[in-house]
Design a protein around this ligand. Structure first.
Ligand SMILES: [Zn+2]
Length: 167
């Protein structure tokens, strides 16, 4: 019986894991992003349930390693990271606070998940510039600095910006 494990509550683990930033957007953490779904203690095993933003996102491996690392720091050795794909993650799970942080960071936060599908289909849409708020923007590339982002440009302030398009 591992007594260390039982001394932590689910809230404490959530708190600890909130220190893990999204590898691609360091200003928001994995709880802001809405991908941390649950933490369970069963017998001697700590199970962390996460829902990937989209299956091909290489950042998920980094997040998984970070979770294991954090838990080991507090003495939890027996860890299972469970990936749950249903219900699928949507941009609606990103907290309002996190959307503000994204805006401040210069990334246009997703406003609705259906909109992202249009981005994936390569159709430019009206997207507000996070720098000046102008809606005169155009998509330059379907892929921004990472596969999770599309690159846009503001026609008014001429600044390029990333649009977070994870599905
Ligand atoms: Zn602008």
């Amino acid at each position: 019986m591992d007594f260390i494990m039982t001394t932590y509550s689910k809230d404490q683990i959530f708190n600890l894991l909130s220190e893990i930033p999204d590898p691609e957007i360091p200003v928001i953490n994995i709880i802001d992003l809405g991908i941390l779904r649950d933490v369970k203690f069963e017998n001697n095993l700590c199970t962390v349930v996460i829902t990937p933003t989209y299956t091909g996102c290489p950042a998920m491996k980094v997040i998984e390693d970070d979770i294991r690392c954090k838990l080991k720091e507090i003495g939890i050795e027996n860890i299972k990271v469970e990936l749950v794909f249903s219900p699928a993650w949507t941009t609606d799970w990103i907290s309002e606070e996190a959307k503000e942080k994204l805006r401040a960071y210069g990334i246009a936060p997703p406003d609705h998940s259906t909109v992202d599908k249009k981005v994936l289909l390569g159709k430019a849409r009206e997207l507000k510039c996070p720098l000046c708020g102008s809606i005169h923007t155009e998509m330059i590339s379907q892929f921004g600095s990472t596969a999770c982002k599309a690159l846009y440009r503001c026609l008014d302030c001429k600044e390029p910006f990333d649009y977070f398009k994870c599905l």
